[in-house]
Design a protein around this ligand. Structure first.
Ligand SMILES: [Zn+2]
Length: 118
């Protein structure tokens, strides 16, 4: 995922911040962190933007909640954590640190999840 795309994600997260982080003090802290990342000079902002997207639990959850987002961020945000398994219908994803003993099944439609390799 390139820097422009990351920048857009951070802007989206920032726009949703009131919903994502109810606590005003915490929200202000995260908001300034996101703002700082967005102010990094283009071409050099990627790591700051990545860090911003990982800066708060609620934002990590927001990133993970959307299959498209996790698809495009999988290699960067989640690779140290484990292997991503996705529903072939793309409505569910789950992260596993160890290979499952039995096939993983989508709780929404019962499809067998597929291992996602970038
Ligand atoms: Zn599914």
């Amino acid at each position: 995922m390139d820097e422009n795309e990351l920048r857009r994600r951070v802007q989206e997260a920032r726009a949703d911040l009131a919903e994502l982080i109810p606590d005003a003090g915490e929200r202000a802290r995260v908001d300034s962190q996101l703002g700082q990342a967005l102010n990094e000079p283009p071409g050099n902002a990627k790591s700051a933007l990545m860090a911003a997207l990982r800066s708060h639990e609620a934002i990590r959850r927001w990133v993970a909640a959307d299959t498209d987002r996790i698809f495009s961020l999988a290699g960067d945000v989640t690779s140290p954590v484990g292997v991503l398994w996705v529903c072939p219908k793309k409505n569910y994803t789950v992260m596993r640190e160890t290979p499952p003993e039995e096939p993983l099944v989508c709780p929404k439609d019962g499809s067998v999840l597929e291992r996602y390799d970038r």
